[in-house]
Design a protein around this ligand. Sequence first.
Ligand SMILES: CC(C)(COP(=O)([O-])OP(=O)([O-])OC[C@H]1O[C@@H](n2cnc3c(N)ncnc32)[C@H](O)[C@@H]1OP(=O)([O-])[O-])[C@@H](O)C(=O)NCCC(=O)NCCSC(=O)C[C@@](C)(O)CC(=O)[O-]
Ligand SMILES: NC(=O)C1=CN([C@@H]2O[C@H](COP(=O)(O)OP(=O)(O)OC[C@H]3O[C@@H](n4cnc5c(N)ncnc54)[C@H](O)[C@@H]3O)[C@@H](O)[C@H]2O)C=CC1
Length: 438
Amino acid sequence: MMKQIQGFSKLSKQDKIEWLATHFFQNADLAKQTLMQYWNSNQQLQQLHDEFTENTISNLYIPFGVAPNFLIDGQFYSLPMAIEESSVVAAASNAAKFWQSRGGFKTEIIGTEKVGQIHFTFNGQADFLFSQFNSLKQSLIETANEVSANMIKRGGGLTTIDLIDKTDALENYYQIHACFETLDAMGANYINSCLEAMAKLWENELNAALANSTHKLEVVMSILSNYVPNCLVKAQVSCPVSALAKDQDKAKQYAQKFVQAVQIAQVEPYRAVTHNKGIMNGIDALVLATGNDFRAVEAGVHAYASRTGTYRSLSDARIENDEFIFEMTLPLALGTVGGLTKLHPLVKLALEMLGNPNAQELMRIAAVCGLAQNFAALNSLTTTGIQKGHMKMHLMNILNQFQATEEEKTTIAKMYENKTISHTQVVETLNAMRDAAN
Ligand SMILES: CC(C)(COP(=O)([O-])OP(=O)([O-])OC[C@H]1O[C@@H](n2cnc3c(N)ncnc32)[C@H](O)[C@@H]1OP(=O)([O-])[O-])[C@@H](O)C(=O)NCCC(=O)NCCSC(=O)C[C@@](C)(O)CC(=O)[O-]
Ligand SMILES: NC(=O)C1=CN([C@@H]2O[C@H](COP(=O)(O)OP(=O)(O)OC[C@H]3O[C@@H](n4cnc5c(N)ncnc54)[C@H](O)[C@@H]3O)[C@@H](O)[C@H]2O)C=CC1
């Protein structure tokens, strides 16, 4: 059977499903039924979702959870978190609960600069290019400003442009490196529009100036960068070491071991990747719930974690004058306008739950969610081990996999209340219960 097709995008949703069901599934009716059972009964809402992207045939639900009790810069927040992984929301809530009675989380915006680049080749003398750039710089800025009228009115827009000679790295390669202030927008579409307008002017003007020469300039591409090392936010918690546990020796040991765990993630990339994955558990969940682009955030954050040439922990912990300090600085290009932020009803709800923050406030909240997640994970890792809490939360997934009844779930949850859970043990217990009942 032919598993390829021309013009799939032009088929109706129903015909797309029909083609897929008959070509890829043993039970075509079951496949159709499964896809359709996730359609929203409100047709208008379903159409909105269909139109977010292309070739939509169904919806993949991700749980929308809430982590309450976050005291951030003196204000309480409940954080919306869209995530499928068990124990992440519980861990964030646990950390929020712990820190709310120890001064809460403090944040600081270090910068909000976004970046875009026009990448081009030129086979002539660099001096000629630099002199042309100096004469055309003002026209390039004005071209960007034409695209930016509304952005400039709000206080944003293009802030700097520089010509950079990259011929050491790649033959004939140069770039125009541009920086922007995009206020409450993440800025991708806005920056790309500015860059494309500037690139057109640059290419036309340069090739006109080179009309009688054998040299040529060619724009390869114009695109924002998701590496935003000057769009930075810092989140921090701190308290006297003595406030970490009732027993003072235990509190000291706890703080020291916690600091060691972070130091290991600063020098050992294998550990750093998992450590930062734990941070992204919180950040991605909040980024997704607020309709932001988590791929952009992920790419930028991991590049930043490698900025010294070695992949390192994003967070840092230390003890200073008997004070335990745990903090993290990371780049977050987030928007509270644009993209899905004003379109998706649940995203609008999530933003309202956060008090309709501006982009800087959202950066602060997302950074805190990441730090809280990292705190909860390290707290477990350096005390009970991660499996105790994680598997406690994962228990329902294991039981659902084996279609456990409500009665079986209640009995098994009680049996494992104070034990570290393993998948095998739970399955054995469930089978034993079923054997005994037969
Ligand atoms: C899982 C807990 C919280 C259990 O911890 P616990 O001590 O058993 O929890 P508890 O029952 O005593 O409850 C304390 C608080 O935790 C929260 N909590 C507790 N249970 C729930 C629940 N069902 N639903 C929602 N919230 C819950 C909640 O805030 C609750 O307060 P309360 O609401 O009762 O006032 C703890 O063990 C923990 O924080 N573990 C860390 C888990 C974690 O980090 N998971 C991420 C997935 S693992 C991973 O991907 C990353 C990793 C770990 O590899 C990263 C790394 O290596 O760094
Ligand atoms: N590499 C990447 O990360 C790329 C991402 N994208 C996508 O682009 C989208 C984000 O682009 P944006 O330009 O942010 O969104 P957008 O294209 O929806 O535009 C946001 C617009 O909102 C307007 N606006 C209204 N109030 C504003 C305020 N207070 N502050 C700033 N602007 C205000 C501005 O005109 C601004 O250009 C995301 O959906 C992302 O997934 C697109 C291309 C590449």
